[in-house]
Design a protein around this ligand. Sequence first.
Ligand code: HEC
Ligand code: HEC
Ligand code: HEC
Ligand code: HEC
Ligand code: HEC
Ligand code: HEC
Ligand code: HEC
Ligand code: HEC
Length: 613
Amino acid sequence: MAGRIAIAVACLLCLALVAWGVWPTDRDEPSDATTSVAASPVSNRPIVVPADGYVGSSSCRECHEREYDTWHASYHRSMTQLPTPEAVVGDFEGTEIQIHDLKYAFYRDGDEFRVKIYDVNKPDEPPDDKPIVLTTGSHHFQAYWLPSGKTRVLDVFPALYRIDDGRWMPLAAQFLHPPDFDHAFFARSGAWNITCNRCHATHSRPRIQDGHHMDTQVSEFGISCEACHGPAGQHVQNMSAGVKEMAIVHPDKLSPIRSAQVCGSCHGTMDYKTQEDFEHWTEHGFAYRPGEDLFAHRSAVDSGERQYWADGMLRVSGREYNGLAASPCFDHADASQQMTCLSCHQMHPHGDDSRPLKEWANDQLKLTMDSNRPGPHNDQACTQCHQQYADEAALTAHTFHEAASTGSRCYNCHMPHTTWGVMKAMRSHTISSPHIEESLAPVGRGNACNLCHLDKTLGWAADQLHERYGHERPELQSDQENIAAALLWALSGDAGQRAVISWNMGWQPAREISGDAWMVPALAQLLEDPYPVVRSTAYRSLGKIAGFAQLEYDFVGDLPQRAAARQAARAIWESQQREPNPTTLLEQDGSLDQKTFDRLVGRRNNRDVFLEE
Ligand code: HEC
Ligand code: HEC
Ligand code: HEC
Ligand code: HEC
Ligand code: HEC
Ligand code: HEC
Ligand code: HEC
Ligand code: HEC
């Protein structure tokens, strides 16, 4: 979140570290008697204690079956779970992973999930043997938490399970960070209690006891009804007693901005407004309630190269509020014209929606707001307000592409995949129009035309934008005129650019119009990239090209293995036939212009990039 595992919000975590004093290290272990565990016999992890008018989802079910069922199918519900056999997706059947000097052996003991931790330098010592006490995530990854031995403070488990690949991987490999970055940063004790649970549970209270202990409580694990509807105790009481007053928040009935803030309380990059706000959070949970003004107690974080491109556009996932708020569609005098998350997303699909709930749950879009569906429907996300483009002639006059073309989908030009998180590129939630300037230094973000027309140069896009939209044609460097922009980003770009372009090289619409055989040398090169996320993404994109699905490779494997995979990919490629094309560095006989290729690789921008998802 993506960085999230670690530190979705490093600034907040740092603030927390300062406020909490020295990180727990060498103090006496507490006895159970010193902690308030009256509500539960469990003493080694955070517990569920509904408070402050929050009553929990089970009390809604009998009256709101449809909303309950749709929520139950969402990844919101399963974001934080106790490690039951239904919840745990990781492979605990005798699997192992080694990270630095520690080897972790996963096993199951009845319904308990456990791990033995061996120090490989001390083969004679018995392993540490610990239970998993909490899980995070159920969509892309599942992360695990161990008891720290200090009250309810949790330690993060340094490996996570990648669900689509069905494999364990080091936690640190999920994030886009310099390869020599101190991995201990991702494994600090107490991060769940004070940081992650802000957005991964409902009405959480870290409850710091002293410099080393926390008696953390939540009203419900996961993102439950009341995270979006506010505390519902009064509502349940009223409805049960036949009292008419609703006493509950309905996001659709709020103003568009207040509605977006309900989501923004988690899908946003925010700081506490004052030290008092921070202390209120650690002791009583957030003062903010859905429906209120989010910025009474928080301030938006609007800049910083770990989250924003140099022109101020958000570049990390999970922070969609800040992205959307920067869109021209967001803040408008006429409230009926204001965009909100619910312009496109829907938290409870209706009965007439025939999609399986699992399909909806991926992105939780309204039926006609899915960008991947061909045909006119998927443009409703934009034409619900920009009605002038609902007409086919007006559409093609605006896009210069056939109406049914992927080049006529509003999303593809105005919300391209330039945001990074959970090991993939995703659509920017700042609505913008393609311009060449955004692709030049110091910003260097792929423009929508070149992110689909991957085999074309920046010069080509600049000419087209000039002819079609009257944009001024800037002067470009000779490589920018002569070599496909995608190759420049993949070979000479910084790690952030390499990650985004390697994802877009696997994007189906782009591969259809640009061809993909020419990408192989570049993607093979990226199998040896210093950044694990770049290697992983390149491998996935490579696997979509005919002939490469079976290539063996482990993106966290050792250097010789990576080099061998690159050579194997090149060998397969050399045996295939290709058309010449100077912009993609293919010579008359279809072979690679290795000299220019090597020159571009030699110019790789090695600056440190760290993205805080
Ligand atoms: C500011 C709110 C916020 C904080 C704090 C936060 N996250 Fe998240 N997290 C999110 C959001 C929003 C997503 C969904 C992102 C998406 O799908 O693009 C997410 C997604 C994730 C995922 C992927 C879940 C899945 O099912 O694939 C993991 C794992 C994760 N976060 C771990 C963490 C950890 C660990 C921490 C604490 C160190 C943390 N996050 C802190 C908001 C947050
Ligand atoms: C005893 C029955 C009952 C229970 C329990 C109950 N509700 Fe309701 N709720 C109603 C009725 C009746 C309405 C009004 C009709 C409707 O919208 O279905 C309503 C309406 C709502 C609305 C829409 C409010 C509006 O302004 O339109 C929300 C949101 C809501 N409930 C949430 C919840 C949540 C969350 C819970 C559990 C914490 C819950 N309800 C528990 C009966 C109940
Ligand atoms: C992530 C936020 C979120 C969660 C979690 C959530 N809701 Fe909602 N709920 C919404 C939004 C937004 C709407 C507005 C309509 C929509 O998007 O489907 C809504 C609408 C409703 C309505 C009104 C439906 C109508 O037709 O007017 C009810 C009732 C409701 N939710 C109950 C619940 C219950 C009960 C739960 C938990 C079992 C729950 N919600 C969980 C965000 C949420
Ligand atoms: C209490 C914090 C919280 C609130 C409030 C919240 N979300 Fe989320 N949301 C998350 C987290 C954490 C995830 C990651 C869950 C996962 O993917 O496993 C997430 C995931 C999502 C996803 C991606 C689902 C997927 O995995 O594909 C969408 C879309 C989304 N939220 C939209 C919304 C909208 C719209 C609202 C407001 C109506 C909202 N959320 C309110 C925390 C929250
Ligand atoms: C104009 C339509 C639109 C609006 C408005 C919008 N979204 Fe999205 N959102 C999308 C689309 C389309 C996707 C799928 C993106 C993709 O496939 O990469 C998406 C995906 C997401 C995801 C999942 C990202 C992932 O791939 O893991 C989250 C989380 C999310 N949106 C949250 C929000 C929140 C929160 C808001 C309001 C602040 C919002 N969105 C407003 C269209 C929209
Ligand atoms: C809820 C209504 C709403 C939705 C949905 C919406 N917009 Fe907008 N959009 C607006 C408003 C209002 C403006 C400001 C118009 C103005 O100031 O004249 C605007 C402005 C814009 C602008 C800038 C116009 C300019 O002159 O600079 C672009 C580009 C744009 N929208 C594209 C889109 C795209 C693409 C989508 C779908 C992904 C979309 N909009 C969805 C309401 C919306
Ligand atoms: C092939 C790419 C492309 C597609 C597809 C596209 N646009 Fe645009 N759009 C642009 C460009 C480029 C501009 C900037 C024009 C300028 O700078 O004057 C633009 C400008 C706009 C504007 C602001 C100026 C105006 O015309 O009012 C709006 C609103 C807009 N687009 C909406 C949409 C909507 C709605 C859709 C889908 C129905 C869409 N666009 C599809 C490329 C595209
Ligand atoms: C999501 C993919 C996509 C995006 C984004 C896109 N195009 Fe296209 N483009 C296509 C497809 C597919 C065709 C084939 C003809 C058609 O479908 O209309 C095409 C054809 C073209 C052509 C004519 C054929 C050629 O190769 O010379 C030009 C010129 C062009 N696009 C320019 C642009 C410009 C300029 C932009 C950005 C404003 C853009 N395209 C954005 C997919 C895209």
